[in-house]
Ligand binder design. Sequence first.
Ligand code: SF4
Ligand code: MG
Length: 478
Amino acid sequence: MSPAFYSKFDRHSNGEGLKGNATHYCPGCGHGLVHKFLAEAIAELGIEDDTVLVSPVGCSVFAYYYIDVGNTQAAHGRAAAVAIGHKLANPNATVIAYQGDGDLASIGLAETIAAAQLGTPITIIFINNAIYGMTGGQMAPTTLMGQPTSTSPDGRKQINGQPIKMAEQIALLDGAVYVERVALFSPAERNRAKKAIKKAIQLQKEGRGYTFVEVLAECPTHLKMDSAESEKWVKENMVPVFPLGAKKDSAPDTWWKIEQPVFDGNKFVEIVGGTTDKTERHCKGFPGHLHPSDVALKLAGSGGDGAQTAAILIATAGINEGFDGTHIPAYGPESRGGTSYADVHIAKDEVLNPASPTPHILIAYNAPSLTKFGPTVAKGGFVIFDSSVAGEIAPPAEGVRVIGVPFAEIAADLGKMVVKNIVSLGALAAATDIFPRETFLAAVKQALKDKSKLIPLNEQAFDRGFKAAKECMKAKGY
Ligand code: SF4
Ligand code: MG
């Protein structure tokens, strides 16, 4: 496996066993091959430490699980804009946006065109599989005439417009210096695809301009074919519409040279009208009894449980105490059902990885979250859950303390279900001693600065959660 790949992929079961090298893509999907070529190109150019990969929304939304470079997740269609931001902030970085057809050619078309005309040296890898993959096989901007999709069951018709030929469009724009369309359906085409991807990255690295590689890729799932049939389909049906080859190859000499920008925090605050005042600190020190340098939490529930708000409050509390704090909300494919969750880190110095695949603390607001994430909690950690909606679980690992507090019942008793998450924060404080009460309440007050009437209710909710957790711990002998 290319050294630019992570040695194990955490996406499934924390990367243990066979799943450690399995991607989330369907069998025969073109994304797997393109990831391989991309990782090989990065490794061969020796730029693993200087590269930023921008993942899109679509089937490749989880590209950051696989390629071991700097990774950023862009909002739907915005990968080119995010890539330009990275390039301006880090002019010496190699920045690659990886996008599908719905992302690049539909919702993100404005950014795509603007970036290609602007010509900032970034590289776009465009996966054209003629379909919206992740969302269920709807008609994409590149769907072929007559091609049936879930939103055009009788095939794409004239009234739906013609498939857009992105490589040709991009080649017309002045900022693009290298544009090529490649495919994956045979060893020779794969070879050309790999060379084109490497060349596009190389030209960017040399500061010679914006580069774009369109890859005609297979989506066997929505074609309802096996791998061999879908390769044949791409060759026979896509290639006549999307001819292969270079559409532009006119890279000038190196021209990209800008100063590394310097960030002046005080100047920033002056411009945006903020304050540099420090909030009062209440912690005696970093909660090193949970982890010496970086405490990972996961909060999981369903919409309306307040998991994201509670996550923000924990991160804010940590930052107010002078630590580093991050909050990553997850509304990925999981939003199609099941659980949604937030990963939070509180680090003594700096959060190096904001994901929490094996959290020290799990707060679960419903039974599916408890089942899904309970087994991921690290040895010696904590599971704090809403006992009014979820049954008891056995400690998932050695020394894990399982603390059930009726978040929902307490909130109902207080007359406002929305404070369920504040009850959970009280339980968190009691169970783990991560921060003192005052630290949490300072963060709550900050959040409620325009709704100060609600502060006493939130304080009550916090204290009830705290008390209930202490009682549970006493009963269990923790
Ligand atoms: Fe690949 Fe299609 Fe599956 Fe998405 S739906 S992972 S594009 S085969
Ligand atoms: Mg697609």
